[in-house]
Design a protein around this ligand. Structure first.
Ligand code: ADP
Length: 186
């Protein structure tokens, strides 16, 4: 499995599956979630509503993921995951717990991608928008988790490309630096 970085819009990616930084209601929101529903059309929301009615009346728990069709998007599937809100710095123990939940978003999303048979997956920087997670910390958590899964999660066989799609040059630069560091040391 190759980890790649692209600057751009996740809705335009020619991949088998794209990951959505959804909220637990699954009923759409702003940021990347809004962009995916706008570009993908009403079919995605209809499936989200059905999933909600059948399984997630109380909302999709943070750190979990679930797949729907991708509607009009070039991808075949959208994998919706709910990132954690970045905790207040005064809530010490919360940071460790929510860091694990953010890693879980990537782990669960890639697990579902593998189940679906997706060979290429595009991933956004979950939690770094409205949920306020600092980009550098989010990049470390995301890249370390996906690298670890590539090494030990059996994904090397199942997925060819995990493509992080960063919105803007700043986010791209941060991911590029952190990937370099984690691959080769600082
Ligand atoms: P969250 O609620 O998990 O913080 P957001 O959607 O607010 O999710 O933001 C997550 C990240 O996705 C942010 O870095 C934001 O800049 C980025 N983003 C927003 N729109 C897009 C898009 N169309 N493609 C890729 N990334 C996007």
């Amino acid at each position: 499995m190759e980890i790649t970085l692209t600057q751009g819009d996740i809705t335009e990616q020619q991949v088998d599956a794209i990951v959505n930084a959804a909220n637990s209601s699954l009923l759409g929101g702003g940021g990347v979630d809004g962009a995916i529903h706008r570009a993908g059309g009403p079919e995605i929301l209809a499936e989200c509503r059905a999933l909600r009615a059948a399984h997630y009346g109380k909302g999709l728990p943070t750190g979990q993921a679930v797949a729907t069709t991708a509607g009009r998007l070039p991808a075949r599937w959208v994998i919706h995951t709910v990132g954690p809100v970045h905790p207040d710095p005064r809530e010490g123990a919360e940071l460790a717990r929510r860091t694990e939940l953010l890693a879980s978003c990537y782990r669960e999303s890639l697990r579902i991608a593998t189940e679906l048979g997706a060979r290429s997956v595009a991933l956004p920087a979950v939690s770094t928008g409205v949920y306020g997670w600092p980009m550098e910390s989010a990049a470390r958590i995301a890249l370390a988790e996906v690298m670890e899964m590539g090494r030990t999660g059996g994904l090397d066989e199942a997925i060819d490309e995990a493509r992080f799609v960063l919105f803007g040059a700043d986010a791209y630069g941060v991911f590029e630096r952190v990937l370099q560091e984690l691959s080769h040391g600082p």
